[in-house]
Design a protein around this ligand. Structure first.
Ligand code: BES
Ligand code: MN
Ligand code: ZN
Length: 497
């Protein structure tokens, strides 16, 4: 998506669609900043508002067709004035772009009326408008017979002269985040027969080439050599070569400890010998969503080049049943040296993540944050509206939660109290990979913690937020790209903006 900031009066916008975000109107009068557009449209805005058909409540839209250009004027509601946040603006942009896509517009303009901006800084407006437009305009049709449905490819943010510089600064950040977000969603959408562990490696290498990252990849042999026994165990049932992918971005001096991000890269999760029921099993192609978030963030980093070091680690494998697959009761040794009793082969994510977390120590990280579609039970706890958040460091957990708020990717903390640890004690090994039905998300978090060495660590269980089964006003059904924005906000926050 191309984007730019344009200083032009609204009535001079000549694109096929001009979207205008407004707050909830307290009277049926045309807001002052829209008076000249209203007269340009022959009073169409005034007549619309007078009917009361449109009042600017959240997600409300109205389309006008003026006699002159712009061909269409789309009014988008953001809700009550007191509740206008960066999230409300991002959402309105997404709603507008979704509409624009349905109307087959290839280019659009977007404007937030100054009366509605509330306390949101102009730079933030620029950022979240691009984020929202790209979110709403996303569509995945790579496997459909070619049709000529146009894509929304261009955005102009309409502004006044004095706002231009701030908006432009934000636009640049938003465009970088949007690119990463799109990359993540496209990867998520790919089926398991295309998006294999090696395919993820290909994406990482491409990013490395484009932006100068060091990319290191361990295959099955190296994983065995490196004594990553838990990752190896998950992979022993599949013919696809497992991969441990590392990306290193250097934006600061060699002595500056990196932020480290780990993403679960199970490219298809059948459950293994503990086979899942067939109902919705196809959704388990999304079990690499954590990996997609890490790769998406590296796309974003390539554009923004913040002054900080960042490492990404992706343990990738399929989880399949076969004659060579792990069995319930098997005991393996993880990278940290602890032994694991595998009670359920469907709890594979924590196995390969545990090795990746132990492996992270080699980078002497300032902190490690992982994202994983880890447990179905997080949906029981939080539904689809929040990501489960846990960790060994309250300050980091807080920081991650705040980054999620900024990103519009909300997280909610769950406790890792010692009592829960009892549930993963094994009679035969140091630890077992399931802890029963009670608090399934927390015991999974505790399992990971067993393999975290020293550094501050936070864990995001994105099983309820990585994709959506229902179409939303601001988001098409399918993959959500959860994590890209949160990771980026965290990096930018640490890099000092
Ligand atoms: N990838 C799944 C978790 C999952 C389930 C994500 C449904 C999204 C939707 C994970 O590998 C898994 O199978 N977890 C098991 C753990 C259980 C065996 C302790 C689960 O949640 O059922
Ligand atoms: Mn599983
Ligand atoms: Zn899984």
């Amino acid at each position: 998506m191309n984007s730019s900031v344009k200083v032009v009066p609204l009535e001079r916008v000549s694109l096929p669609l001009l979207a205008i975000a407004v707050d909830e109107l307290t009277s049926r009068k045309v807001p002052t900043s829209l008076l000249s557009l209203d007269s340009h449209t022959g009073g169409a805005i005034g007549r619309l508002l007078a009917t009361g058909d449109f009042s600017g409540t959240r997600d409300q839209v109205a389309t006008l067709y003026p006699a002159k250009r712009p061909t269409r004027v789309l009014l988008v509601g953001m809700g009550a004035h007191g509740e206008i946040t960066r999230g409300a603006i991002r959402r309105a942009a997404a709603v507008a772009a979704k509409r624009a896509l349905a109307l087959r517009a290839e280019a659009m303009a977007f404007h937030v009326i100054p009366e509605a901006r509330g306390g949101v800084a102009q730079q933030t407006v620029g950022q979240v408008v691009v984020e929202g437009i790209a979110q709403g305009a996303w569509r995945f049709d790579a496997f459909k017979a070619k049709d000529d449905t146009p894509k929304l490819g261009s955005l102009e943010i309409v502004a006044g002269r004095e706002e231009r510089a701030d908006l432009e600064r934000g636009r640049r950040i938003g465009a970088a985040i949007a690119d990463g977000h799109v990359l993540a969603r496209n990867l998520q959408a790919l089926p398991g027969n295309v998006c294999t562990p090696r395919y993820l490696t290909g994406v990482a290498r491409k990013l490395g080439k484009a932006y100068g990252y060091r990319v290191t990849v361990l295959g099955r042999e190296d994983i065995a050599q490196g004594e990553l026994g838990a990752l190896l165990a998950v992979a022993q049932g599949t013919a696809q070569d497992p991969q441990l992918i590392t990306l290193e971005y250097r934006g600061a001096g060699a002595r500056s400890a990196p932020l480290c991000f780990v993403g679960k890269g199970v490219t298809f999760d059948s459950g293994g010998i503990s086979l899942k029921p067939p109902e919705k099993m196809e959704e388990m192609k999304y079990d690499m969503s954590g990996a997609a978030a890490v790769l998406g963030m590296f796309e974003t980093l390539g554009h923004l080049k913040p002054k900080i070091n960042v490492v990404g680690i992706i343990p990738a494998s399929e989880n399949l049943p076969s004659g060579t697959a792990i069995k319930p009761g098997d005991i393996v040794r993880g990278h940290l040296g602890k032994t694991i009793e595998i009670v359920n082969t469907d709890a594979e994510g924590r196995l390969l993540l545990s090795d990746a977390l132990s492996y992270a120590r080699k980078f002497k990280p300032a902190c490690v944050v992982d994202a994983a579609t880890l447990t179905g039970s997080v949906v029981i706890a939080l539904g689809h509206h929040a990501t489960g958040l846990m960790g060994n460091d309250d300050q980091l957990v807080d920081e991650v939660r705040q980054a999620g708020d900024l990103a519009g990717e909300r997280c909610w903390p769950l406790p890792l109290w010692d009592e829960y640890r009892e549930q993963i004690k094994s009679d035969f090994a140091d630890v077992k990979n399931v802890g029963g039905r009670a608090a399934g998300t927390i015991t999974a978090g505790w399992f990971l913690r067993e393999f975290v060495d020293q550094f501050p660590w936070a864990h995001l269980d994105i099983a309820g937020t990585a994709w959506t089964e229902t179409d939303r006003p601001d988001l098409a059904k399918g993959p959500t790209g959860m994590g890209v924005r949160l990771f980026t906000e965290l990096v930018l926050g640490r890099a000092g903006g």
